[in-house]
Design a protein around this ligand. Sequence first.
Ligand SMILES: NC(=O)c1ccc[n+]([C@@H]2O[C@H](COP(=O)([O-])OP(=O)(O)OC[C@H]3O[C@@H](n4cnc5c(N)ncnc54)[C@H](O)[C@@H]3O)[C@@H](O)[C@H]2O)c1
Length: 702
Amino acid sequence: MSVTYEVRDGVALALINRPPVNAIDVSIRKGLKDAIARAEKDDTAKIVLIACAGRTFLSGADLNEFNTGILEPGYYEVLGIVENCTKPVVASLHGMALGGGIETAMACHYRCAVADARVGMPEITLGIIPGAGGTQRLPRLVGARNALELLVKGAPIAAPQGKEMGLIDEIITGDPVEGGLAYARKLLAEGKGRRPTRDRKVDTTGFDEAGIAAVLKENARGLKGRTTQNDIIRTIKAAIEMDFDAGLAFEDQVSRVSMQSAEGRSLRHAFFAERETGHIPGLAAGVKPLPIAKVAVVGAGTMGGGIAMALADSGLPVTLIEAKQEYLDNGLKRIRENYEVSVKRGRLTPEALEKRMGLIKGTLAMEDARDADAVIEAVFEDMDLKKSILSKLDKVLRPEAVIASNTSSLSLTELASVTGRPDKVIGLHFFSPANVMRLLEIVRGDKTSQETIVTGLSLAKTLRKIGVVSGDKFGFIGNRMMLDGYFRESEQMLLEGVAPERIDEVAENFGFAMGPNKVNDMAGVDVGTKVRIELFKREEREAPYHAVSDALTPMGRTGQKAGKGVYRYEPGDRTPHHDPETDALIEKLAMEFNIDKREVSDKEIEERCVLPLINVGAQILEEGTAYRASDLDVVWINGYGFPRYRGGPMCYADILGLDYVLERIKHYQKEIGSSYWKPAPLIEKLVREGKSFADWDKQQKH
Ligand SMILES: NC(=O)c1ccc[n+]([C@@H]2O[C@H](COP(=O)([O-])OP(=O)(O)OC[C@H]3O[C@@H](n4cnc5c(N)ncnc54)[C@H](O)[C@@H]3O)[C@@H](O)[C@H]2O)c1
């Protein structure tokens, strides 16, 4: 039974118990409907309390209903019954009351909450409009302006803040059921009666054109390229202008359309794709992650320092190993400085800073790693150096300890070969800054065991990162798609005479966080050149492959840090300026490679940025480098600035339609004539079969 009914001292308690998080499904809706019906007939019940057992109130809707559709009785019916109950109905909140959870509470006549309960309507993050009356009841409780802010931000707020707004009536202490019962009895004693939200008027203060514009401006970053906010505004206006039932019908209609929109489909895809990455196809029964309680990091440079911070941020003790005292001191100093910035910004207390620094112990002795459960090596990208470090670690560490490398390009299989434990060697490819970026590529060498892979995935979780497993191939998943796809084509366009700022502008209009040329300058043009030198030792590529960058590097045009790269920069300023010196270099290279100038439209720029990502992504899938197409989407959304609201390149391809994608790839194969525009056989196969990448994912073994 998801909902039990009992009367305690005049209060009908509808207690919901659906572990782990009381996500609302049909059994809860039906249980609530039945409980209200019983209370209506029950003379001993004077007031109804809806509360939850376990660690949270109704945390939200059961997302499986995205696939099955909402089963009867639906939200509108059940919440209507709650609101129309002839006896007062109270909700008692604890834990998280999000989306459908808070919508249920808003259909009650009174709401109390423990102080650390959090409430909110995060639907915008999934590209949808609430579909259980939230857009109509929230403005009636908190006013149109507050409702707009809550719905547009999508972030939960604490119960006391909810009380200030009028969303919560009372903050209770102690157990949410006992506290809720006490509050219900107090209401009875005070003679308080029914108070349906639907009968209230919406306070429209601050909800004029200027007020709306101010909210949109304040949230502009998150709303870039988005449209859900327009529907939020329409539904709030409906709450003001229409009677309640008409408003609900309007919400229902807008909500249904939002479910089908490309934006909604893409955002939900991203959400589910991120949940899926930890699932290893064909995982043998009983394979469990090894416990990781103590980690050592070798190298206190940019990455090693960031990795040490990520570990300390999660409360793990870290032994940080460097080659020389001076480098160690510098590394520790940089870590402290980074934490100090967080303190200055109010994101970290000075005590937390000291606690985290206290978790990081610097040393010059590799032997100090001896009791670590895992070691992450982040020294220079040099095969021989890394091999010597791994072989030393292999001697020092306990036999069950995992050895990880943060290499961005070297073969894991080759690195592992110098150890006596190749099954325990894995790539943990962090992204810079390692303490901030959520993506962690987990690279399996030929001999890496499933146990080691799940240990890597589990460590990613501990670090609150998203681990995506990649095969040990050229550039793994992310860099392979970037180098062979996106960046190669953007350089090709430079050689065809397209200005770098035009490429960047089109890419940014598409929704990329930053255009490819700006990224190149920010990351360091030389960094890419070095990575490619290492990668070419694994596999060659046909020229011109990143010819512009590889010519800029020896000229000292290494990007922002040098004041010049693809662009030119003024001292102390990161604004990119067009540079004729780069133009001259590009012209010279175009002559060398015999590439003619072409007129290129914005549409062509966009397609040539995105289609190669899809084509290379398909090759990666065929080769078995990734488990599933949605993993590629997760990598590109979280590591490479691909717009989340487009769901990642492979989801975007599905939404465009693979037949259309194939046609456009063939078009450019003819126009550009380069061999790399050859369509991936997987795309051709899927088109022949009338299938999508999502279908392909479903066919993979589980
Ligand atoms: N920088 C990035 O954006 C990035 C991203 C992902 C992966 N990586 C990879 O991370 C690794 C480190 O890159 P980085 O940018 O931090 O380089 P870095 O030059 O900033 O740091 C490397 C550090 O390793 C130390 N080191 C060298 N030999 C050592 C030894 N024998 N013992 C202990 N320490 C030693 C150096 O003193 C230096 O502090 C490389 O494999 C790189 O490919 C870098």
